[in-house]
Design a protein around this ligand. Structure first.
Ligand code: URA
Length: 459
């Protein structure tokens, strides 16, 4: 007897199933994702399912099926022709987080290929593409053919998502944004990983932020997301680790667009400016894991040594400059880093008390950076390449009243007052030195520890 073909699926049944607390199987998820990508399922039904998924949660198996179906929903990039191990890093977003500008060239200088598909400023967090576009001429919207050519020449390329890549995420993310369904671990995991895995990665290092500037503020939520992403990416065939890292203060001393490139290039030149120690250390640790997962070093520590050698001998800087040039950027701006920085207005904010810098509300500081002109109010608006904040004191520093605490750089003087007020609310002082030193990296999830964490969380 011929095998019966499976019963046709109807979106209304999948909404009811999720609403009533049952898990969808891979075929049902595939149907939903195809409908989102092609537009054959109307937005109101997708939105209803998203809300049911937000309220009921997605199982680990549903998250895996959703990630893989979304990854496969459009065009994919295949780095295999480049003949090198393909690796990438993804951060859940922060303030002053410029590690991409160091890890991508350093990993490439260690013999790997880094096809990095990045995003723009989102909420209080900065965007890698907006920062790169501060370089005159730099193009982030490359075709996949151009992307492959830059990778072949330089080993690293940082670009925006093409319209054909992961169309299901484009549709679902826009609906999530409008229906209050963004903050769901399963949906976040599938959204982030589908885009990363569509770049054909062999290995991926995740930087999951914790602390006052993190996207997920509760530590247990951030840990669950980290473990879920590691287990999901591993199940999809990509070697993955997640580092839980501190976002309890901005990373490094600069936050904004061009100012973050100044700090990155200083570090790539081998300089050790005060206030940039954490960016250097985190970048080397992330790059060390990339080199290790790619099989080029026996441990993450050995990978760290290789990455540091590429920093010190200037090969990372050479890859960075080659990438900028290959993507149309004018590298002459790096000859005079501060000379190219031309903010419309500048204000030095002095410490209003003597004491130790105790807390920095980093989400508030991120909003201050965006409102200086570095971010946008509405999608598609231009950003000011020169806006940002330079911090002269970090958490734990001892300051005297009247000492410069930060310099604000804005598009125009009228934009300075609100960020200054935000900064003054966001930074607090204490009369005694802080007791606890917050570690830069608090936890690492590998496949084994991620799976164990998920088992414990579900039990
Ligand atoms: N970034 C993404 O790309 N997707 C999410 O769901 C959240 C952050």
């Amino acid at each position: 007897m011929p095998a019966l073909s499976p019963a046709p699926l109807h979106m209304i049944d999948l909404i009811r199933k999720k609403r009533d607390g049952s898990a969808l199987d891979a075929r049902e998820i595939g149907f939903l994702v195809a409908g989102a990508a092609t537009g054959s399922i109307p937005p109101e039904q997708l939105a209803a399912w998203l809300m049911a998924a937000w309220l009921r949660g997605l199982s680990v198996e549903e998250t895996r099926a959703l990630t893989v179906a979304m990854r496969d929903s459009g065009e994919k990039f295949s780095p295999a022709r480049l003949g090198k191990v393909a690796v990438d890093k993804h951060s859940t977003g922060g303030v002053g987080d410029k590690t991409s500008f160091l890890v991508a060239p350093l990993a490439a200088a260690c013999g790997l290929v880094v096809p990095m598909i990045s995003g723009r400023a989102l909420g209080h967090t900065g965007g890698t593409l907006d920062k790169l576009e501060a370089i005159p001429g730099f193009r982030t919207a490359l075709t996949l053919t151009e992307f492959e050519a830059v990778l072949g020449k330089c080993g690293a390329s940082i670009v925006s998502q093409t319209p054909a890549l992961v169309p299901a995420d484009r549709a679902l993310y826009a609906l999530r944004d409008r229906t209050g369904t963004v903050e769901s671990p399963g949906l976040i995991c599938a959204s982030i990983l589908s885009k990363k895995l569509a770049a054909g990665l062999d290995a991926l290092v995740l930087d999951v932020k914790t602390g006052s500037g993190a996207f997920l503020r509760k530590r247990e939520d951030a840990e669950y997301l980290a473990a879920l992403m590691v287990a999901t990416a591993e199940a999809a065939g990509t070697r993955t680790v997640a580092l839980m890292t501190d976002m309890g203060q901005p990373l490094g001393r600069m936050a904004g667009n061009w100012v973050e490139l100044i700090e990155s290039v200083e570090l790539l030149r081998g300089e050790r400016p005060a206030g940039s120690e954490d960016v250097r250390e985190l970048s080397l640790r992330l790059a060390g894991w990339m080199v290790h997962l790619a099989g080029k070093a026996a441990s993450a520590e050995a990978g760290h040594i290789q990455a540091e050698a590429a920093l010190v001998d200037g090969s990372g800087l050479r890859v960075f400059l080659a990438m900028v040039e290959a993507q149309g950027g004018d590298v002459r701006v790096f000859d005079n880093l501060s000379g190219f920085h031309k903010p419309g207005a500048t204000r030095v904010v002095e410490a209003w008390e003597s004491g130790w810098v105790a807390e920095m509300d980093t989400t508030a500081l991120g909003w201050a950076v965006q409102r200086l002109g570095a971010g946008r109010e509405k999608a598609g608006e231009p950003v000011d390449p020169h806006a940002g904040i330079e911090f002269h004191a970090r958490r734990g520093a001892r300051v005297q009243k009247g000492q410069p605490l930060a310099t604000l750089y804005a598009t125009r003087a009228a934009l300075l007052a609100e960020p200054e007020a935000i900064l003054k609310r966001a930074v607090t002082f204490s009369a005694t030195p802080p007791h606890a030193v917050v570690p830069l990296i608090s936890r690492i999830f590998t496949r084994e520890t991620a799976e164990a964490h998920l088992r414990d969380a579900i039990r």
